[in-house]
Design a protein around this ligand. Structure first.
Ligand SMILES: [Zn+2]
Ligand SMILES: [Zn+2]
Ligand SMILES: [Zn+2]
Length: 107
């Protein structure tokens, strides 16, 4: 089992759900480009970080910045964008997250 990086946020559970997103499929956390810290979601970063978020530029999309809260596997941004589930544990990801890509990634 891989070691789980620390995930910050509001009421983060053991599968990285938070006070804002807590359905069965809300199991991913995102490492922010601005600070390199994992947060459960954008709102968690907004509440707890002391700075404005920045987005991952396209040339850095091969960095591992997405954490599967179910098995602690870290995906690259490219991998994550192609996946509707974790490639390791096959836990489904929230398709609605696609709407929020511009918050995290430079589109
Ligand atoms: Zn940040
Ligand atoms: Zn949150
Ligand atoms: Zn997984």
């Amino acid at each position: 089992m891989e070691e789980t990086p620390l995930v910050k946020g509001n009421q983060v559970d053991h599968q990285t759900r938070c006070a804002h997103y807590h359905s069965e499929v809300d199991v991913i956390a995102i490492r922010f480009h601005c600070c390199g810290e994992y947060y459960a979601c954008y709102s968690c970063h907004q509440e707890q970080a002391d700075h404005e978020p920045s987005q991952w530029p396209k040339h850095k999309w091969d960095e591992r910045a997405i954490l599967c809260g179910s098995c602690s596997h870290e995906l690259t941004i490219h991998e994550y964008m192609k996946s509707s589930q974790c490639p390791v544990c096959l836990h489904g990801f929230n398709e609605g997250c696609r709407l929020h890509y511009p918050l995290y990634f430079e589109m």
